[in-house]
Design a protein around this ligand. Sequence first.
Ligand code: GTR
Length: 398
Amino acid sequence: MDQTTAPADVPTPSAIPARSALPDPLVAFDGTAVETADEWDVRRRPEIQRAFEHYVYGYAPDAPAIEIGTGQSTAVLDGRATLEERTIYFTDLPADAPTIELAVFTPADRDSVPVFLGLNNGGNHAIIDDPAVTITDTAAEFGVEDRGVASEYWCVEQLIERGYGLATFHPADIGPDRDDPTEGIQPYYADLPGPAPTRWGTIAAWAWGLRRGVDALLENPRVRDDGIAVIGHSRLGKAALLAGAFDERIDLVVPHQSGTGGVTPARDNDQETVAAITEAFPHWFNDLFPAFGGRPERLPVDQHLLVALVAPRPLLDTEGTRDYWTNPGRALDSIRAADPVYDLLGEDGLVGDGLLYGDDKVTAGTVGTLAQYRRETEHTLNQGYWDAILDFADLHLG
Ligand code: GTR
């Protein structure tokens, strides 16, 4: 690993001291203090981003040229919502390159609303039970068979009622969740920064795909430009957080039960370790990250810094108390360790201890721009979570 050519501002693991504590977000890799918002923006934020690309997720391509197809617009949910299906084409790539099949549900009676963008594992047709929703090719291959089976997970009726939209596509539009580098969008990008072992993994590709979803939403008059929230669950929560950390057009981030490689640190994690995750899912990360298995204290970064990259934008980390593998306690440590960056950038960040449970009210008095919210669940998403998420969004996206 130490032989790889790291860019000048990325330290090699041997050049940085092993640290069992989470690295201080406000101390640059060269050991100097980061004392102003400007220093954070110009110096520290980019070096942290570079280190995540280099050591963890891989370098993703720049924003590509896209074209958005016309597709269908149709009334769904008894006329309460409008469904727009739009294909996102990558116009500089060969004609056989992947496309994103984006479905956007928005309240029929509003002009322009905040929208949650998230990857869905079932297929767009799993969101509501309505034959109007297209079963896309990738969803037919990788998603579920039955329509509407994820309706109590995505709760789109509840979103619509509360004045929000949902935009979604299947992750396999960008790349299937398996260890085959010949599939998906990745093989279409040969020239990326960094040496070969830093080539982007699937989480980076999914995050990049989400950012293409943002490109499309910003062109959509039914979507409020300053109201784009990104959400994702578990492996897709890791992608949502990564997208939010790199893309300042994203206004609010909800990494739901995102675990290791998401909000949960690699250090001092007695649940899913770097060794375990890179062995089970080698394609999720780049090929340098596995070298930190068994020695996470050598990582120049840890996941609290990914949270910090979202600052000053609001982030709600949602976790299940019985979802042990994601390690909600360590995720809370991560949130807390990112808080000083919110302070530096003039946001209130955590209020109190930063933790809310179950029926705790998510209001201006109880949460700031950064919080963890837990429910008594295992590894799932449901209406109770959405109540809290939408309360948080009401506060910050108004
Ligand atoms: C697990 C994996 C977790 C999490 C989860 C999921 O098997 O170990 O990191 O991503 O899958 O995506 O549901």
